[in-house]
Design a protein around this ligand. Structure first.
Ligand SMILES: Nc1ncnc2c1ncn2[C@@H]1O[C@H](COP(=O)(O)OP(=O)(O)O)[C@@H](O)[C@H]1O
Ligand SMILES: [Mg+2]
Length: 356
């Protein structure tokens, strides 16, 4: 039987903080304090680990968003702040009130393109993954793009029009063409047409002010997901071309299971996670359930901040990827809001911390 099912709430252990190396205020983002330690000790994330990605997880209401906002606020106020640009993909529209001095943008003022011409070819594979196209639908999409000229970026509404006028090679072609049109048309209805009519994302990184994209303005959740995916792809592409040389980006992806979920991940984005770290881009992946995420995400996040987790399945998944102590395992289901376990390369052992 699992220890926490016995109804005995374990007491917090006295914590001894054993560091793997010395830290200075220049290389440490203070996220809170180590619980039950004497003398009182700051809990830190090394600045140099941020581009190796961070996972913030825990059940709903345990303090994930508050924790991320704390990290972003510290990052923009610390000595290292000039090197960073935080970018928050704010799924629920919560960050503008939590950050100290954010620039908040409406996605409708930051239109994007789902299909852009990358050198020789349009990003068909990406669009196919995001929209969940069948191989036949992907083929029809390629065919329709072939009939286009050399436009840099493609407006979805124009594409639907082209598809409408296309001659059918066969019965299956017709069926796939019509179902593809249905999928694409959803992105062109009403105001959404604007959202996907953009060109290159013009992202300003000349200041270290956190940029918050208020995704809650996009009412349709499926479209919100497509927008975030397209947004990330644009940024990753630009980063891989060395486009953000002047600053390191810290990108917060809230409700990450929409893009990086075990059953619906966008493969190109998962693959890029590993590559972009070398280009100074760090991702903070926020999700309530570690077991809902694709395995690569667990493996590809160096720092983990784990708020209270009650599900045995989630605890099992965590147990496989991090070095848990039995004390921590027993505490995890019972932690209060704002308490978390920090797994960081700064410390030899996981630490129970309070986010302050
Ligand atoms: N460390 C903390 N100190 C004080 N209040 C907190 C802390 N963490 C969370 N809260 C509060 O608890 C509530 C839920 O936190 P939130 O970050 O939204 O949880 P989650 O993102 O995990 O659903 C919010 O009202 C938030 O202000
Ligand atoms: Mg939240």
């Amino acid at each position: 039987m699992l220890p926490w099912s016995l109804g005995v709430i374990p007491r917090y252990p006295k914590q001894e903080v054993v560091k793997t190396r010395e830290q200075t205020s220049r290389d440490c983002v203070v996220v809170g304090e180590v619980a039950n330690s004497t003398p009182p000790t700051d809990a830190c994330i090394p600045v140099d680990d941020l581009n190796k990605h961070t996972l913030v997880t825990g059940a709903t209401g345990t303090g994930k968003t508050f924790t991320v906002a704390t990290i972003v606020n510290r990052l923009t106020e610390g000595e290292y702040s000039v090197f960073f640009k935080p970018l928050i993909l704010d799924w629920h529209g919560e960050y503008s009130s939590l950050l100290h001095d954010p620039e908040v943008k409406d996605p409708f003022h930051l239109p994007i393109t789902l299909l852009s011409r990358d050198e020789e070819y349009y990003s068909v594979e990406f669009a196919s993954q995001v929209l969940g196209l069948t191989p036949a639908q992907e083929y029809v999409l390629l065919k329709s793009l072939e009939s286009l000229g050399g436009e840099e970026n493609l407006n979805i509404a124009d594409l639907v029009e082209i598809l409408e006028g296309m001659a059918d090679e066969s019965a299956w072609f017709r069926e796939s063409r019509l179902s593809l049109m249905r999928k694409l048309r959803r992105l062109t209805i009403g105001g959404y047409k604007e959202l996907f009519s953009g060109g290159d994302l013009d992202l300003e990184v000349s200041s270290n002010k956190p940029l918050v994209i208020d995704l809650s303005k996009i009412g349709d959740l499926a479209i919100r997901r497509v927008y975030v995916a397209a947004f990330l792809k644009k940024i990753f592409d630009k980063a891989l071309r060395g486009g953000f040389n002047s600053r390191r980006l810290l990108i917060v992806v809230e409700e990450a299971r929409n893009l990086l979920g075990r059953d619906n991940y966008v493969e190109i984005l998962v693959k890029m996670l590993d590559e972009i770290r070398k280009f100074g881009v760090g991702i903070v992946i926020v999700s309530q359930s570690p077991s809902a995420l694709v395995e690569d995400v667990m493996a590809n996040t160096s720092t983990k901040i784990v708020h209270s987790i009650k599900s045995a399945v989630d605890l099992e998944v965590l147990d496989k990827v991090v070095n848990m102590t039995s004390e921590i395992r027993e505490i995890l289901p019972y932690m209060d809001k704002g308490e978390a376990v920090l797994f960081s390369s700064f410390y030899k052992k996981p630490l129970l911390i309070r986010i302050v």
